[in-house]
Design a protein around this ligand. Structure first.
Ligand code: SF4
Length: 438
């Protein structure tokens, strides 16, 4: 086993987990390659948040089976939420898979690969760690050298009725604040200018060290690390989004003016059935306090349409919320039944027909598109600070991000990824801005 390739599906947490696994393998002398065909070991890091994502895993595995036939020594490993959820079932459905590793066991991957090589039979390792702190892998092979993901906590204790995360990621486990700060300081020393703090329910962070910091205190300390230019964090739960976080956001210049605050529905009735632990008025109170800050904050959210029992009136309330808040972006999805979740039973009794789900999603997305176009139009003629990230999709333009998380495309100049530029906004679309360096 000399080379490896990791294909990652799903959220930013998975992207960062893959960076950690890549670091572990590179530390053992394996070389990362650019395609599955060139690899001796292929690791598929999976997502099970929606049914479609899970189906995609099996279809990708079907494609990789051909590689395995061509090269019998080829090792195929499945990681992530589907691995955790399916365990032995995965081996039964795809017997050519060599290794299944759950979300708590990534630090064991080099050893498990060795076991597969020695014993030549499939291994499933999905047992949860009882340790209250996550095992930190600090040999990370990051995707770039200017913006770093940093996990501060894992898992979730909320158990929203539609969500698999508490089942696949387990209960909340937080890293000690001193360890996180040490990592951020090391990153800044290595030239990183932006950190994205990650956690499934980041604002419920509780420091397990003797400092006993809450999220706001940790955020402030990270924002004050000398040399850091930008700090982002995701994702929040409205129940835990307390005023002290807002105060830190307002007063700490390095903390970006972007807040992702998933609402899921604009109907208090649906929110109750989702067990979201807040109602619409409570959510709007938080939005109002964010909007009264002097620092102008860009808001984004997640919305599920067609949750079991959602009526036309419930959905209209969601539209009215979106119109009222004027989010800069939303991630919207049709409700997808997930194993082991209470909403699965509701779906059997009160499932919204697929055509209604699709119609609601289309209406929501076209409304949001108009909102984004309107907001982006207002930015034409302004100058935005952009952190250059790389080449745009067309391969000719460059792209970067404003502190408020807007994508800006601009024409070639003498730039390098990781550089900050002032860009004059000259055009817009619903999803991005066009600009010229000034
Ligand atoms: S808070 Fe988020 S991660 Fe936790 S159960 Fe609810 S939706 Fe899932």
């Amino acid at each position: 086993m000399k080379t490896f390739y990791i294909e990652t599906h799903g959220c930013q947490m998975n992207v960062h987990d893959s960076e950690k696994v890549a670091g572990l393998l590179a530390g053992r002398g394996l070389i990362p390659v650019a395609s599955p065909e060139a690899a001796d070991v292929l690791l598929l890091n999976t997502c099970s948040i929606r049914e479609k994502a899970e189906q995609k895993v099996y279809s990708r595995l079907g494609e990789f089976r051909a590689l395995k036939k061509r090269k019998p020594s080829f090792v195929l490993a499945v990681l992530g939420c589907v691995a955790q959820q399916e365990a032995m079932d995965l081996i039964e459905k795809a017997p050519f898979v060599d290794l299944v590793v759950g979300t708590h066991r990534y630090h064991e991957i080099p050893h498990l690969l060795e076991q597969v090589r020695v014993h030549g039979r499939p291994i499933v390792r999905i047992e949860r760690m009882e340790d209250p702190e996550p095992v930190e892998i600090d040999t990370v092979l990051r995707e770039n050298n200017f913006r770093a993901n940093v996990t501060i906590m894992e898992g979730c204790n909320k158990f929203c009725t539609f969500c698999v995360v508490p089942h696949t990621r387990g209960p909340e486990r937080c890293r000690p604040s001193w360890q996180i700060l040490e990592e951020v300081r090391r990153l800044v020393d290595a030239g990183y200018v932006e950190v994205l703090l990650l956690g499934q329910n980041i604002d419920s962070y509780q420091d397990p060290s003797s400092r006993k910091w809450k999220f706001a205190e940790l955020l402030k300390a990270i924002g004050e690390v000398p040399g850091i230019r930008r700090v982002r964090f995701t994702t929040n739960h409205p129940k835990d989004f307390t005023p002290d976080i807002l105060a830190v956001l307002e007063r700490t210049p390095t903390i970006c003016n972007w807040v992702h605050l998933p609402v899921q529905s604009g109907s208090s009735r649906v929110l109750r059935r989702m067990k979201r632990l807040y109602n619409l008025d409570e959510y709007l109170d938080i939005i109002n306090s964010i909007k009264t800050l002097e620092k102008k904050i860009a808001l984004s959210t997640d919305i599920i349409v067609g949750f079991p029992g959602e009526t036309d009136e419930d959905f209209e309330e969601t539209l009215s919320l979106v119109d009222r808040v004027q989010y800069e972006s939303i991630f919207s999805f049709k409700y997808s039944p997930r194993p082991n979740t209470p909403a699965l039973k509701l779906e059997a009794r009160e499932g919204v027909p697929e055509t209604a789900k699709q119609w609601r999603l289309n209406r929501l997305q076209s409304m949001q598109r108009r909102i984004q176009e309107h907001q982006n139009r207002q930015l034409v003629g302004t100058v935005q600070e952009v952190l250059v990230e790389g080449r745009a999709r067309d391969g000719e333009k460059w792209f970067g991000r404003t502190p408020s998380n807007k994508i800006v495309n601009f024409d070639p100049d003498h730039v390098v990824p990781g550089q900050f530029l002032d860009i004059l906004i000259v055009g817009f679309g619903p999803n991005s801005l066009q600009g010229q360096p000034v």
